[in-house]
Design a protein around this ligand. Structure first.
Ligand SMILES: [Zn+2]
Length: 470
């Protein structure tokens, strides 16, 4: 037997099969052919994984890879971070597909379309009919569903509820950055979002972002969030481990266009206007996302200010506003039945420089917060379930050969293998193109854009399944 790829001597960690130990992994025709303590025979390519972890490919359930947020850099940055599949959390979907075609590094990428007044809907109070029209249109354009941008560009309370209901009726994926015209992007907004979901499936984005201690002490907010999640199984969610929050630095009529940006400025003691943004950049509180080669890096000081001005303020910016307590608690908390309260650890990264699933996740393992298998559950198996990727998230024979080989000491990816192809190894990006994770409704459009569809049935998504069980 000659395999396409043979990974020898690595320390395999798989949550779904509860397998952990030294195993060889054989790959044939893009699938895992065998996982055994010793596999003989030859292979076209053999990788020695001695001293390394061999994990099912990482799945990041919250990234940005559109021209609006994240940009073309997401593809290189994600594959270097060990990610094999990801959900772009804003779109525009057409731009996500264009960038994937031009800059793809082999990733499986899903996208959902932002519901943004003046851009994809006419106002902050769109009717059910307008929302249904938008959802149907974006499903045909390859998106899994919609993203409500409440925290940044809120809808009215009633329209937010209408959007969640419309998406549920159309079987679409709905994610929500909590916040409406009535409540901000904080614990109040989070609890309001749970109410507005009214039993419908809802992916509440980055739970940690609502527990920054802006309303109550951060630990109290965190426990309130966990209590709401335990009582509402129709809500799925992720939480990230980076201290950095990413938002827009765009100034419109002298003020930051994003409410999140204004709040970040206030938190740092700056005025919530153009002068405050400039001062925050000069002081280092705001870090501009600055492109270097195929990656996005962080920049502060005069160079950051000049770049922001040079781009007519249309740049992304990062603020270190996420306190450590809620991040650790939300990543590790369990419900009474022993399952995780928060489905996945994500990054909110992609083209935003904080793709820390491995460095932060393994740090949490070293601190005893998660076992290695639990980390795999949170950064591969459970996020794969969320996206309806039934054949991913586990390292067992017959599954897709999406594999991340990890340098345990460096806490970084050594190799990223997607569908049996080595897309990244030892500092070099080797992958090209990629697949768009879409439903049957979007497959033709994805093909028409010169990309390969990976068709999922959202009935397989844990987001929709959990809501049905209720
Ligand atoms: Zn995001």
């Amino acid at each position: 037997m000659q395999y396409d790829l043979l990974i020898k001597n690595g320390y395999v960690v798989d949550y779904a099969s509860a397998r952990e130990g030294y195993f060889d992994v054989a790959v044939q025709n893009g699938m895992i052919a065998a996982v055994e303590s010793s596999i003989g025979g030859s292979a076209v390519q053999e990788l020695d994984a001695s001293g390394k972890l061999v994990l099912p490919g990482l799945v990041d359930s919250h990234v940005h890879a559109s021209a609006w947020l994240g940009g073309s850099y997401a593809h290189t940055m994600l594959v270097k971070a060990g990610v094999t599949s990801a959900l772009d959390m804003s779109g525009p979907g057409t731009s996500v597909l264009e960038l994937a075609r031009e800059y793809g590094t082999g990733l499986n990428l899903a996208t959902i379309e932002y519901v943004r007044p003046g851009h994809t809907v006419s106002s902050d109070d769109p009717s059910s009919a307008e929302l249904q029209q938008l959802i149907t249109k974006v499903q045909r354009q390859g998106s899994l569903g919609i993203k409500l941008l409440g925290g940044h560009y809120p809808l009215t309370v009633a329209a937010t509820a209408r959007a969640i209901r419309a998406a549920a009726e159309l079987g679409a994926y709905t994610a929500f950055h909590a916040g409406t015209a009535a409540h901000g992007s904080n614990i109040e907004g989070m609890l309001e979002a749970v109410e507005l979901a009214d039993g419908n499936p809802l992916h509440l984005a980055h739970i940690n972002a609502y527990c920054r201690g802006t309303v109550l002490p951060e630990a109290e907010e965190t426990e309130l969030a966990l209590k709401a999640l335990a009582a509402n199984p129709n809500i799925s969610c992720e939480s990230y481990l980076s201290p950095l929050n990413g938002t827009s630095a765009e100034i419109i009529d002298g003020l930051p266009g994003s409410m999140v940006t204004r709040r970040c400025l206030k938190t740092g003691g700056f005025t919530e206007d153009e002068a405050g943004m400039e001062a925050a950049l000069l002081s280092g509180w705001a870090q501009v996302n600055y492109p270097q080669g195929q990656e996005m890096t962080l920049l502060t000081g005069e160079a950051a200010r000049d770049y922001w001005r040079g781009q007519q303020t249309l740049v992304s910016v990062s603020f270190a506003v996420n306190p450590v307590g809620p991040r650790v608690r939300l990543a590790t908390a369990k419900k009474a039945d022993g399952s995780f309260a928060v489905d996945a650890v994500s990054t909110d990264g992609g083209g935003i420089p904080r793709n820390v699933l491995l460095p932060a996740g393994l740090a949490l393992v070293d601190l005893g917060g998660l076992s290695l298998q639990e980390l795999v559950a949170k950064i591969s198996y459970q996020p794969a379930r969320l996206l309806g990727l039934a054949n991913k998230g586990s390292l067992t024979a017959g599954r897709d050969a999406d594999i991340t080989i990890v340098d345990r000491m460096q806490r970084s990816a050594f190799a990223t293998i997607i569908g049996g192809q080595v897309c990244y190894m030892d500092g070099k990006v080797l992958g090209r193109g990629g697949r768009i994770i879409t439903t049957a409704a979007g497959a033709d459009y994805v093909r028409s854009q010169g990309l390969e569809p990976l068709v999922v049935d959202l009935a397989d998504s844990s987001l929709l399944q959990k809501a049905q069980k209720r």
